[in-house]
Design a protein around this ligand. Structure first.
Ligand SMILES: NC(=O)c1ccc[n+]([C@@H]2O[C@H](COP(=O)([O-])OP(=O)(O)OC[C@H]3O[C@@H](n4cnc5c(N)ncnc54)[C@H](O)[C@@H]3O)[C@@H](O)[C@H]2O)c1
Length: 253
């Protein structure tokens, strides 16, 4: 468990930083009951083959299977609630921005739990499972919460169209506007948190290295080791739902 004095150092750095950037991954939502993709237990990819589900080719080959799986995950997301980790990040944003420090939250999660918790400056690198897009017109919308009745769902925008989740699949480009915001945030970032991510999916996996190269402070929160664990200044081998509230307690003291 990370020492209180180390957490205090990190808390102090947040208040005197120029720009705090936080990158989150599926592990942050694990304590809300949503499965991660990679990890020792319960990981989604250990029960399903991602290449059959999260690629444009998979959707082309078996759109019913792919949309059924995503709708199942959408239902789980709708029933989940933000956990202590999400709420602590809302506090962190409020406290640092009140001190004139920049704050950007870049999430790889598609579950919208940061928004529901109350985070403001949050950007979804991989889209959202709560938005669905027409395969013909490209228009997207937020479907009503009830499960779809047919798979793949029919598009309300064009009779020839089907709906697909507005998430970024393997092999697809990330949203240009979100990438621009992320690049800009990383340029001025001097305190960087990597939370609940296995740090193997780019570009998020490369963000820590950019800050390390410039001599900024880097912190990882993950109960398990990742490729960046040995590179960051501080690695908290703890769950985000317990470590982040400890950080907030030190910042607000
Ligand atoms: N909730 C979601 O939106 C969700 C769920 C599953 C996968 N994804 C997708 O996963 C892909 C990227 O992978 P990733 O790195 O985000 O997830 P990942 O599944 O690859 O890794 C999850 C990481 O979280 C860690 N972890 C598990 N429980 C934790 C906890 N309580 N506190 C802190 N860390 C914990 C694990 O050790 C692991 O390193 C993205 O494409 C993203 O869209 C999103």
């Amino acid at each position: 468990m990370m020492r209180e004095s180390t957490i205090q150092t990190i808390a102090d750095a947040c208040l005197t930083a120029r720009h705090v950037v936080v990158v989150t991954g599926a592990g942050l939502s694990a304590e809300s009951g949503l499965s991660t993709f990679r990890g020792p237990r319960e990981a989604l990819w250990s029960r399903y083959d991602p290449m059959r589900l999260a690629t444009p080719e998979a959707f082309e080959q078996d759109p019913a299977l792919v949309t059924r799986w995503y709708d199942w995950r959408r239902q789980a997301g709708l029933q989940a609630r933000p956990n202590a980790g999400h709420l602590a990040l809302v506090c962190l944003e409020r406290i640092v921005t009140a001190s004139g420090v920049g704050f950007t939250l870049l999430t790889q999660n598609v579950d919208r739990l940061h928004h529901r918790a109350g985070s403001v400056n949050v950007y979804e690198l991989h889209g959202s499972i709560h938005e669905w897009r027409c395969t013909v017109t490209g228009q997207s919308f937020e479907p009503p919460p009830q499960p779809f009745q047919e798979f793949p769902p029919r598009s309300p925008f064009d009779p020839r169209g089907r709906l697909r989740p507005a998430v970024v699949w393997f092999g697809e480009p990330l949203p240009a506007e979100v990438l621009r915001v992320a690049a800009e945030a990383m340029e001025s970032c001097d305190v960087f948190f990597s939370i609940g991510t296995s740090s193997v999916v780019y570009p998020a996996a490369g963000f820590a290295e950019q800050v390390i190269a410039r001599g900024g402070l880097t912190i990882e929160v993950n109960p398990n080791e990742t490729p960046i664990s040995g590179r960051v200044n501080h690695a908290a081998r703890e769950s985000s739902g317990s470590w982040l509230p400890r950080l907030i307690a030190h910042i607000s003291l």
